[in-house]
Write a protein of this length. Structure first.
Length: 126
């Protein structure tokens, strides 16, 4: 069972990852977002930042659909994300190992070759 602090630890350890100021968490690499907290839109109310749900970059529509159909208890989407290679991840539904895999994959797809080096990243401080 993961939470926002677990996600922060994983994302911050990736080479070139930067957390930008936000009401929740928001990680970028080379200026491109790879994981951030969910901005919940509620009709007639201000949006609320959900740190128990992460917006995760997945690369393409095929991967998005595979995750949504294969693990609906873990991944979901909303109409705002139609046409985007993003899924919503319920953090409490994954363990630390799975969180590491998902966040690292998202980072890898967004990091330029000079940052990712084309191989498995070694977290800072390792």
């Amino acid at each position: 069972m993961a939470d926002a602090e677990d996600l922060r630890a994983v994302a911050a350890a990736l080479p070139g990852a930067v957390e930008i100021e936000s009401a929740g968490f928001d990680f970028r690499v080379a200026g491109k977002g790879f994981v951030w907290s969910c901005p919940e839109r509620r009709p007639g109310k201000p949006r609320r930042i959900r740190t128990d749900i992460a917006v995760l970059y997945v690369g393409d529509e095929a991967e998005k659909q595979a995750l949504l159909l294969g693990e609906p208890e873990v991944f979901f989407t909303t109409p705002e994300y139609n046409g985007w290679s993003l899924v919503l991840l319920r953090l409490a539904q994954v363990d630390a190992g799975r969180l590491q895999e998902l966040v690292t994959d998202a980072w890898r797809m967004r990091a330029p070759d000079g940052v990712s080096g084309g191989s498995d990243p070694e977290p800072r401080g390792a």
